[in-house]
Design a protein around this ligand. Structure first.
Ligand code: AMP
Ligand code: ZN
Length: 114
């Protein structure tokens, strides 16, 4: 838990979110500024800044995050989807708490990597 981290605040309920999934390790909620018809974030409850701050102790958690993407995407009605992990400021990361974007549905998603 990091006191100034917006995703930690969402994890502990201090900031509301449109939550679509939760277990003991991970939550998923809709992105507040969607880039596709469906755009949600998979977020570990553990505060890890980015993929570049992960090591072998996070291996199971990373696997669990990725395996949840197709499960929740299907529940959200997506037949296909994109996954995106921005890493570091120069990688487009704005929130420094590891998260996986899942985007799908409609035209807009094609532009998200441009
Ligand atoms: P990134 O650039 O990969 O760090 O992406 C951060 C994402 O978090 C952006 O797509 C934001 O729209 C999203 N975001 C920021 N604050 C919130 C919030 N309170 N609830 C939901 N999504 C958020
Ligand atoms: Zn955090």
């Amino acid at each position: 838990m990091s006191v100034d981290c917006i995703f930690c605040k969402i994890v502990n309920g201090a900031i509301p979110s449109k939550k679509i999934y939760e277990d003991e390790d991970i939550i998923a909620f809709h992105d507040i500024n969607p880039s596709a018809k469906v755009h949600f974030l998979l977020v570990p409850k553990l505060h890890v800044e980015s993929l570049a701050n992960c090591d072998s102790q996070h291996q199971a958690l990373l696997g669990k995050l990725l395996l949840l993407a197709p499960k929740i995407a299907k529940e959200q009605g997506l037949a296909g989807f994109k996954t995106l992990i921005n890493t570091g400021r120069e990688g487009g990361q704005e929130v420094f708490h590891l998260h996986v974007h899942v985007l799908g549905g409609g035209e807009k998603q094609r532009k998200t990597l441009a």
